[in-house]
Structures are given as C-alpha cells and as structure tokens.
Design a protein around this ligand. Structure first.
Ligand code: NAG
Ligand code: NAG
Ligand code: NAG
Length: 404
C-alpha cells in the first residue's frame, strides 16, 4: 500500500500494534465494554442523560457565567488566516478594581480555554486570577474546539491541519497578544502557560524577540522544552510518530483526537465519580501524566473529559515525538528535502532559549512524567532570566495537576 517497501510495511504494522496495545491498556474489561457499546447505541437516552450532568455540554463562557462571573467572546485572525476564539473574564466578583493588569492564560496540548474554569471558583485559575484583580484572557490555539475556522480552508480539508507548534508560536500567540493589548489599551501583559503553552512561548521569543517587551513576566506551569527524560506511553509511541504522521496525511487525516460526541459521552458515563468503572478514567490519565496525586477534583472529571481532548493537528504530536527522539529543542523536521525547502539546511534550526529575556517563573512537579524534573533543570540553565524556580511542595504532583 502507498507504494512503500516491505520494511515500511513492517513499521506500519508495528505502529498499529503499538497503538492497539496502548488502547488495550486503556479499554475497560469485556463486560464493561458491552455496557459501553449498548449505551452508545441508545442515542435518545444519551441526549436525555447529557443534560443532567452539569457543565458537560457547556462552552467555556457558559461555564464561566454559570459560576456567576462575567464572560466575553473575542475573535482574532492570524496572518496565515486562522480565526482564533479568545475567552475573557474581564473582572472577578470579589470587587472589580479599575486598574486591572492583563493576564493571558495559554492552554496545553489537546486542551482549550475550558481548562482554566472547570473547577470551583476558589480553585480554578481563571476565577482565582479574576478575583485577585486581573483582566483574564484565555485564547484558543488553531484547530481546537473553539478555533476551527479559517478565512479559506475548511477543517474537513487536510490542508487546514498543515501546521505544528512552530506556527502557533509565530502566529497564534503574537496575534493574540497584539489583539489583547490593542483592545485593553495596555502596553504589556502577564503570560501564563501550561505545558505546550510554555513551549510556544520559548519558540516565539526565539523567533520574535521584540515580544519580550510586551510581556512583563511569564509563569511556566509544567514547562516543556527538552523531552529527554519524558516517560510513559507518549515516549513509547515517539519512534512511530513520524510514520503515523505520514500515513495519516496520505489518508487525508490531519486532525489528532478531536472532541467528538461519542468521546464526550464515554467520558460522561464512565468517568462520573459514582460510576463503577471510574477507575479506568483515572488510570488512563495517570498513564499519560504521572502517578495519581489525589489532587484531581473527581466531581469535575466528567466535565473535564467532555472538554478534552479538544483537537490538534497530527503534525503537532509528531513535532513533540521529534523533540523526544532528537534531544534537541528545534523546529519541525520535514526530512532532508523538506528541510532544504523550508529552512535551506538539511536539519531543522534550533530554538534559542537565551532570547527569552522576560523574567520567567518555573513551576514543576516531582512526579510529572511529561515535564520531567531533569528536563526542567536543563531549561532553567539555558533561560537567561529565571526569576523563580519552584518545585511544587508535594512528593506527588503530576502534569495534569497544574490545571485540573
Ligand atoms: C446544555 O443543556 C442545558 C439543559 O438541557 C441547556 O439549557 C443548554 O442550552 C445546553 N447547552 C448547550 C451548549 O448545548
Ligand atoms: C454521586 O452520588 C451522590 C449520592 O447519591 C450524589 O449526591 C452526587 O451528586 C453524585 N455525583 C454525581 C457527579 O452525579
Ligand atoms: C541567541 O539569542 C541571544 C540573545 O538574543 C543572541 O545574543 C545569540 O546570538 C543568539 N544565538 C544564536 C545562535 O542565534
């Protein structure tokens, strides 16, 4: 198939086996599977059930309003035509001071603005910062649930998905910053990123260092740059991510793990804290993020999983796979000819962390499998202006605990 040699075909089989293996770990036992399939088939019951779970079918701004906070929706078009949706909590409910500095909260890989509001107002960062006196903005990267529009391209077209986090770094983040500063009349803002929300920040400053003056300070939660010590199934799959990317692209599939109704339904039915199979949901999450730290508010798990994964491009996951394999913090690797074409070199250019002159606070967890402590230590050495390097004061704190 696809005119590949037999060794390529063997690798394809290996990818399928690896994927099936990791899925098998994630799937419920046979008895539960039958219940699951039966329920998915009962569509009317599904629609009725859905409305009984608070927040599951709500958008980010509906959740914010349901919590009693003001919410706004804004749109910005990037230079390459993607229409991003930004969500705003202009002020808190505990006294709205006139002079509110702007905080931009940038979400993680396969996440969305919803990740900062799916918990109680004393715990979710969106509300906490609004009540602390900030004007809170939560942009959505291209391709997720809220940012699936382009001036010309349709998400059904594989060309819509022809990007990785290099493009988020030089288009999505700068366009969002410029729009927010223009709308609020401010000269600078505070930037907070979680996971990929930090990766794109380092890349943006390397490419567009003039943006350092627009960011007063940056807080990096579970910061990701080098991935030499990343553990778990994501790393097991990294050697196959290139082939997976090639095959899916040939098949015309550009999107990786969208938020689709069936996934939402499974999340809602099986991750409910009262469900007998809720353990499965916890186990899948910890398999990816690191051991259970008991930080997660289980009441919100159905809501969280209904909003995640929120969709991204296949090339984006491949880019992370390339970082893990190469040991370098660099641009997307298009292969020898593709690199000559894109960069004029056989290899992708490295990102320059010494260009990040904005003061940075690093916040990391001891049992984070994705932003591993040893990788964060190397990042801290290479960043020129680390104002704070903070290990969360708990023996167990994983990648997801920063948000949820
Ligand atoms: C979610 O369900 C509630 C209750 O049925 C309904 O009022 C609301 O409009 C729904 N929201 C969305 C986004 O579908
Ligand atoms: C779980 O069950 C308890 C007791 O029946 C109930 O009060 C609670 O609302 C349920 N939780 C969810 C998420 O349905
Ligand atoms: C990296 O950035 C720093 C600060 O802007 C600059 O002095 C240095 O020359 C850059 N290094 C490379 C290899 O471009």
């Amino acid at each position: 198939m696809f005119g590949m040699g037999s060794s390529a075909a063997v690798r394809v089989v290996a990818v399928v086996v690896a994927l099936a293996g990791s899925l098998a770990l994630a799937l419920p036992p046979a008895g539960d599977m039958k219940i699951l399939v039966d329920r998915i088939l009962r569509k009317e019951a599904m629609t009725q059930d859905r409305s009984t779970h608070w927040g599951v079918n709500m958008t980010t701004t509906e959740i914010i309003e349901a919590m009693g906070y003001p919410a706004e929706i804004h749109h910005v078009t990037t230079h390459d035509g993607y229409i991003l949706e930004l969500h705003r909590i202009p002020h808190g409910i505990k006294g709205a001071s006139q002079d509110r500095p702007v905080a931009l909260l940038q979400h993680c890989f396969l996440c969305s603005s919803a990740d900062y509001v799916m918990n109680t107002p004393d715990q979710a960062l969106g509300y906490v910062m609004a009540d602390a006196g900030y004007d809170v903005w939560m942009p959505n990267f291209r391709g997720n649930t809220y940012s699936r529009n382009h001036v010309e391209l349709d998400p059904a077209n594989v060309k819509f998905w022809n990007w990785n986090w290099d493009q988020m770094a030089v288009h999505d983040v700068p366009s969002s910053i410029d729009y927010i500063l223009a709308t609020t009349g401010r000269e600078d803002l505070y930037y907070l990123g979680w996971s990929m929300g930090t990766t794109v920040f380092w890349a943006m400053m390397s490419e567009l260092p003039e943006y350092n003056s627009k960011v007063r300070a940056m807080a990096a939660l579970a910061p990701v740059s080098y991935m030499d010590y990343t553990q778990g199934p994501l790393v097991e799959l990294a050697p196959y991510s290139g082939e997976m990317d090639t095959i899916l692209t040939l098949l015309g599939v550009g999107e990786f793990l969208p938020s689709v109704p069936v996934v939402d339904y499974i999340a809602e039915k099986f991750c409910d804290s009262n469900s007998t199979v809720a353990e499965i949901c916890y186990n899948v999450l910890f398999l990816i993020a690191g051991p259970d730290s008991e930080e997660l508010n289980q009441e919100f798990l159905p809501v969280i999983l209904a909003h995640s994964p929120a969709g991204c491009s296949v090339h984006t996951i491949n880019h992370f796979g390339q970082i893990a394999l190469s040991g370098k913090f660099q641009k997307y690797d298009y292969g020898y000819l593709g690199n000559l074409n894109h960069y004029g070199h056989a290899t992708p250019p490295l990102y320059n962390l010494s260009a990040v002159t904005t003061p940075v606070g690093l916040f990391w967890g001891q049992t984070d499998w994705i932003a591993a402590p040893a990788d964060v230590a190397r990042l801290a050495e290479e960043l020129p202006n680390v104002a704070l390097n903070h290990r969360v004061d708990k023996d167990e704190f994983n990648h997801l605990d920063f948000g949820w």
